[in-house]
Ligand binder design. Structure first.
Ligand SMILES: C[S@@+](CC[C@H](N)C(=O)[O-])C[C@H]1O[C@@H](n2cnc3c(N)ncnc32)[C@H](O)[C@@H]1O
Length: 282
């Protein structure tokens, strides 16, 4: 069973032990400064996309059903400047929390990933790769006014240019590639079917739940057993669930109660499943 840590003003500082394998329920902007230096072996950040959806909901051409985006409050920011400030604050704290040889993954779409890449470079992170996730079951663009957006980009980086000896399990990376080379293109479906969490009305519990298979690749390639994987914007807790399945530790932060509850439920129900990546073996 995972620990639940409820953040409060009365807690001035956290030790590694007090947050190990825990979901911290709180605002990352308040929790991060209280976490210890050099705690994490790897960080995965799946931040708000700042989709800036139009006021009027888009209807699919012909079928007239509503185009689903991310309409939640947590994805709304006043301006690019306020979005950038949010990302900068998170990245600065995360950099302090990363061990010297730790790596960081940030995922996003064309809406936000270019800003994030620029901000990472401004903060001194050294980008090792970008990995293109090709969604094999992407939602079609019925409006026919632009391409169907079928990709997300993951930026993989170290704290600065001087970092050597970070974990890259090349053999596993090759296994996830089509040819002999460990290329930076991954083909995977988005999270659907039984894996997709639903609310009481049968609707998606979270608009951007990531597939476990994506996190399996990230974690297997860039960590070792026993490492600490940190996710400061955890959503439904995919990162922690997969970390645990693969015998890694996790620390996660999430501010919305229903998502924290989803994390805890998943951590009590999904950990016993065998790691999916074994079925990918060639
Ligand atoms: C893109 S989602 C992450 C989805 C996650 N990777 C998953 O598989 O479910 C971003 C999450 O960040 C959370 N969030 C946004 N701002 C936050 C903050 N200041 N503190 C903690 N969580 C925050 C949102 O509630 C949302 O669940």
């Amino acid at each position: 069973m995972a620990n639940l840590v409820i953040d409060s003003r009365e807690i001035p500082q956290y030790s590694v032990e007090s947050v190990l394998d825990a979901v911290i329920w709180g605002d990352a902007l308040e929790v991060l400064p209280k976490l210890p230096d050099e705690m994490a072996d790897m960080v995965f950040i799946d931040p708000p996309y700042f989709l800036q959806l139009p006021q009027k909901r888009l209807l699919r051409w012909k079928v007239k059903t509503i185009v689903e985006g991310v309409d939640e409050d947590w994805d709304k920011f006043e301006s690019f400047e306020s979005y950038d400030q949010f990302i900068i604050t998170i990245l600065k704290e995360v950099k302090r929390i990363m061990k010297a040889r730790a790596t960081i993954w940030c995922i996003g779409t064309y809406h936000n990933i270019h800003r994030i890449g620029k901000l990472m470079q401004d903060l001194g992170f050294w980008i090792l790769n970008d990995v293109i996730w090709v969604k094999t079951n992407a939602m079609p663009n019925w409006l026919n006014v632009r391409f169907t957006n079928a990709t997300e980009t993951l930026i993989w980086a170290v704290k600065d240019k001087s970092v050597k000896g970070y974990t890259f399990n090349a053999e596993i990376a090759r296994r996830f590639s089509k040819g002999k080379l460990a290329i930076n293109v991954w083909e995977l479906p988005i999270c659907i079917g039984e894996e997709r969490l639903k609310d009481g009305q049968g609707k998606k519990l979270h608009p951007t739940q990531k597939p476990k298979a994506l996190l399996e690749r990230v974690i297997l390639i860039s960590t070792k057993e026993g490492d600490i994987v940190f996710d400061p914007l955890a959503g439904t807790g995919t990162t922690g669930v997969v970390a645990k399945c693969l015998n890694r530790h996790f620390v996660m932060i999430e501010k919305r109660q229903e998502y924290v509850e989803a994390c805890l439920k998943r951590l009590s129900q999904e950990i016993t499943q065998p790691a999916l990546w074994r079925s990918d073996e060639k």
